[in-house]
Design a protein around this ligand. Sequence first.
Ligand code: GLU
Length: 294
Amino acid sequence: MGQRRKALAAGLTVAALTLSACGSGGGGGGAAKVADKPTFEAGTTMARISAAGKIKVGTKFDQPGFGLKGLDGKLAGFDVEVAKIIAGAMGVKADSIEWVESPSKVREERIEKGEVDLVAATYTINDKRKQRITFAGPYYVAGQQLMVKSDNSKVTGPADLKANADQKVCSVTGSTPAEQIKPYLASDAQLVLFDVYDKCAAALRTGQVQVVTTDNVILLGFVSKSDKTFKLVGEQFTKEPYGIGVKKGDVKFCEFINKTLKDNTAAYTKAWADTAGKVEGAATATLPEAAPCS
Ligand code: GLU
């Protein structure tokens, strides 16, 4: 075989390998197993969902790496893959999941009203929210950080905000970062709130705000889509343990979710690697020890 033919043959082999790798990856998503006719104690949420063969999941639609709705209408992200693992353990296929957009402010309400069976949406476990809902998890721990335009040299961390009241800070209504940033601001007037984070990213791009604050991993998703026009600054200054929200007091469902994630760490690791873990600067994810369900 001549040199050119050899090179061509090698190229084809690589292409074939790449194609088969894609084929086995289930459309690039995490390899969530779908249990075949699993059985559950009568009267439990798992029994109801499993019998119905479908589930309603609240998630974000605008957060790259966690829950992002594509132009084809499909949802992609780590929260989406985690929900598929949980649904699969009840015998529910990915295409039988009804995704319900759940911005930060409406998550508790969606659960309380029964509009969703669970929420997987970069949802920090905290005592205030625990008064209204029950959290499984944590399944990941993020931390609050700041994102600015790459040419911003005024803001290098939260400690610079008070002295630079002209630097407007954007976050989302009903989120923990919107509250936790307040002590660092000159006044509440420095804070701009939208319902979803992609509006903050758009406002940063157009110069209506100078800073966006939320969890590091959400910001990293926006940086990765910004063609280097955004950057993260400063250290993480909070801990944001992500939980799966379910109806208040549904301890059996909560314990089932914790067990499912623990039993599926390979799918969990793959889910991360396929989604948020692809973003530059994202640390690898290891499933944290679950907290007791209450
Ligand atoms: N993890 C934080 C929260 O639950 C910020 C991210 C979000 O708003 O979804 O409030």
